[in-house]
Design a protein around this ligand. Structure first.
Ligand code: IVH
Length: 686
């Protein structure tokens, strides 16, 4: 029988409360099968056959049925892609077979030597290699039993790794169930590489910076850091991806070559890389290596070399293993984008949020075609951990578009070393006393610290803040350098005459800039809050503050405990906001802005307060909202939209064909409202 929902997805499904458990089980099975199939089409084959809306209908229906029949839940249901309950610690997993390392070389000579060993063992037989890129991610084991993902584990020490199953289930290119036309083996263990895409990594770092969180150094660290988290809900949606490249164990007969293995893994629904080639000579291997090195920048994941693997699995067995490496595979690494140079000074930079960053000044060195003369040392703890001092020789790396960093010290015999580095006690820019916050040193002077000013001004004018488009980087620099702006508020005191003194870009006149600044005086409240650059307050939190308090005065005078009583606001952010508005200098800046006529527009809180902290469950079909829109409407007004009914539920909205939630509402004595009443509630008039 052909699979249901493979091409067509009904607009509406049968009422949940009129479905028997037996029918629900059948429908759940069909939905899961269909969603697994569509995930495969989308994430592995890159060739979806239904629209996103149709896919959402399937997933919503499955969620609805699983909520109504909780006993039919399953760890490998597609609904687990959104994450599961946080765990206390990651459990250990013993690998089914040793997860070995790869021999690696940089020079052709060494590669030739490794090839010679292989050819000797092969005797007179042909020796064919499969060559593949060498991914720069995390080696992971996936174990499938009865066709279902049993667990995923990190490589660890090669024998034992950490169980990351809950997090792996959120990675859409890892199938939760094997598929395909052929027989599915009872047991299958594969090895592959989990990584973060380069584009996704850039976006993630942009968000982290906008939320005043520290950025990850490179995609590898980002993948390693996120995939070992204890809360899978925070992993869901991250740009993680995985390619499978080795068979570790199989209960069926194993394919006789690696080429067949990769095709077989692909047929089972696993994601394999199509960048691969069969070679018979080292010249061909070198050509592939050069081609990949050239393509490297265009590929959306980091690779650090290429791998050659003996294609014939019987020959692999004959070759066997040496220490920690098999003899049948070797990597030809790209020259590291790292060089050794001398560090002649460490300066301390003050960022826009006041965080002090030690920066290494280096004797200029060419790394992969780019001259590097500065590199970040991250923070004082890092400098001490790596024991880096002025005058040392250091290894400097440049990974992708990421800022260069000092990787480690390179000890040099006979070199007389200077004293250990110490962070300054006073801000190098404004002289204020530096505070210690976790791993960070922070200048508390806020908006009146000159070094923070340029960064703050830049942020203040940025698109998501006051959006003063003509106020670019160069203009900001000039305003600060010429002391025309010594405090954010000065921006609003600038006259056309002042601005004509600046070297502006040709197309932007002083008049334009002046007009834009004046027009920015009435920003929406949330943008104004965001523009202030309060530590830990990104765009999202700014919107929550605006819709909760409504007026700038109310936000400004909120106490830390009032702030932390808001559901989405944690203690640390609450204190950050309260401290910001307690600071005398921040207050004088804000007061001056108000004097110059800055008036943030009040946010509409009538609606939001109406739903503040209200929990609303929606059941059945609504006429003017999709399920998602209804949820968003509730959340944007400060409420919480849930899929199940409990004693904490305030309202159940019943649309057409309401499901079992209606009965649950009656059981829990929850008020049931219809769509009209729901609309009134959203408008704030219920
Ligand atoms: S095969 C023993 N294939 O490189 C051979 N490994 O530096 C099994 N790696 O820990 C591994 N790309 O995580 C293989 N195409 C590829 C690979 C690959 C990256 C990793 C692997 C290993 C590391 C060793």
């Amino acid at each position: 029988m052909p699979m249901e929902y493979a091409k067509k997805v009904p607009q509406k499904f049968e009422k949940v409360d009129s479905i028997s458990r037996q029918d629900a089980r059948q429908e759940i099975d069909k939905l899961r099968e269909a969603i697994h199939y569509h995930d495969w089409r989308y994430y592995i084959e890159n060739d979806p056959v239904i629209s996103d809306e149709a896919y959402d209908r399937l997933l919503n229906r499955l969620q609805e049925l699983e909520a109504a029949f909780p006993e039919l839940q399953d760890d490998n249901s597609p609904t687990s892609r959104v994450g599961s309950e946080p765990v206390g610690a990651l459990r250990k997993r013993q690998h089914v077979t040793l997860m070995q390392s790869l021999q690696a070389a940089l020079e052709r000579k060494k590669i030739e030597d490794l090839d010679t060993i292989v050819r000797k063992k092969a005797g007179g037989d042909d020796c064919v290699y499969m060559v593949e890129p060498k991914f720069d991610g995390l080696s992971v084991e996936l174990v499938y039993t009865g066709g279902e993902l049993e667990y995923a584990a990190t490589r660890g020490d090669g024998r034992t790794g950490e169980d990351i199953s809950n997090n792996a289930r959120t990675v859409k290119s890892i199938p939760l169930k094997l598929s395909g036309n052929g027989a599915i083996p009872h047991k299958l263990a594969v090895r592959g590489e989990l990584f973060m895409t380069k584009s996704g990594f850039q976006e993630l770092n942009r968000q982290r910076i906008a939320n005043n969180q520290g950025p990850f150094a490179n995609p590898r660290n980002a993948a390693a850091g996120t995939v070992r988290q204890l809360d899978a809900g925070r992993v869901a949606g991250l740009p993680l991806d995985m390619y499978c490249y080795e068979l570790l164990d199989i209960s069926d007969k194993e394919p006789s070559t690696h080429a067949e293995t990769l095709d077989y893994l692909h047929d089972l629904g696993l994601k394999t890389n199509t960048l691969r080639k069969l070679c018979t000579t080292i010249d061909e291997f070198e050509a592939f290596r050069n081609e990949m090195e050239e393509k490297r920048e265009q590929i959306d994941y980091d690779i650090d070399g290429v791998v050659a693997k003996v294609n014939d699995r019987a020959l692999r067995k004959k070759l066997g293993t040496r220490d920690r490496y098999p003899r049948w595979a070797f990597a030809w690494k790209f020259p590291p984008r790292q060089e050794i140079t001398r560090l002649y000074d460490i300066v301390v930079q003050v960022g826009r949020t006041g965080i002090l960053t030690p920066v290494a000044l280096l004797e200029p060195v060419d790394i992969g075609g780019v001259t590097i003369s500065r590199a970040t040392l991250h923070n004082a703890d890092e400098v001490h951990r790596k024991d880096i001092r002025v005058g040392d020789y250091v290894r400097v790396a440049r990974a992708g578009d990421v800022i260069p960093e000092v990787v480690r010290r390179v000890p040099e015999k006979g070199l007389k070393r200077s004293k250990p580095f110490a962070m300054p006690e006073k801000c190098p820019s404004c002289g204020d006393t530096i505070l210690h916050e976790g791993a960070y040193h922070v200048c508390p002077a806020g908006l009146s610290c000159r070094a923070q000013l340029a960064g703050r001004l830049h942020h203040f004018a940025s698109r998501a803040a006051l959006n003063i488009e003509s106020l670019g980087d160069k203009t900001v620099q000039q305003l600060v350098e010429r002391t025309m702006v010594t405090d954010l508020a000065d921006l609003f005191a600038l006259e056309v005459d002042d601005l004509t003194q600046l070297d502006l870009y040709a197309e932007k006149s002083a008049n334009d800039l002046y007009t834009e600044i004046q027009e920015s005086k009435n920003p929406p409240l949330d943008r104004f809050i965001y523009a202030l650059g309060i530590r830990l307050v990104g765009e999202h939190l700014s919107r929550i503050l605006a819709s909760h308090f409504g007026t700038f005065d109310a936000v400004r005078s909120a106490t830390a405990s009032q702030l932390s009583s808001i559901r989405e606001i944690g203690d640390e952010s609450a204190h950050s906001v309260a401290d910001f508005f307690k600071d005398k200098r921040n207050n004088s800046t804000i007061d001056r802005m108000l004097e110059f006529g800055v008036r943030p527009r009040d946010a509409d809180t009538q609606q939001s307060q109406k739903l503040q902290n209200a929990t609303i469950a929606i059941t059945g079909e609504l006429e003017s909202f999709s399920r998602r829109e209804a949820g968003e409407a509730v959340e944007s007004r400060g409420g919480r939209a849930t899929s199940s009914v409990s004693n904490n539920t305030d309202y159940v909205v019943a649309g057409r064909n309401p499901g079992s939630k209606l009965d649950q509402a009656r059981d829990h004595n929850v008020k049931v409202i219809d769509e009209k009443e729901f609309e009134k509630l959203l408008e704030g008039g219920a």
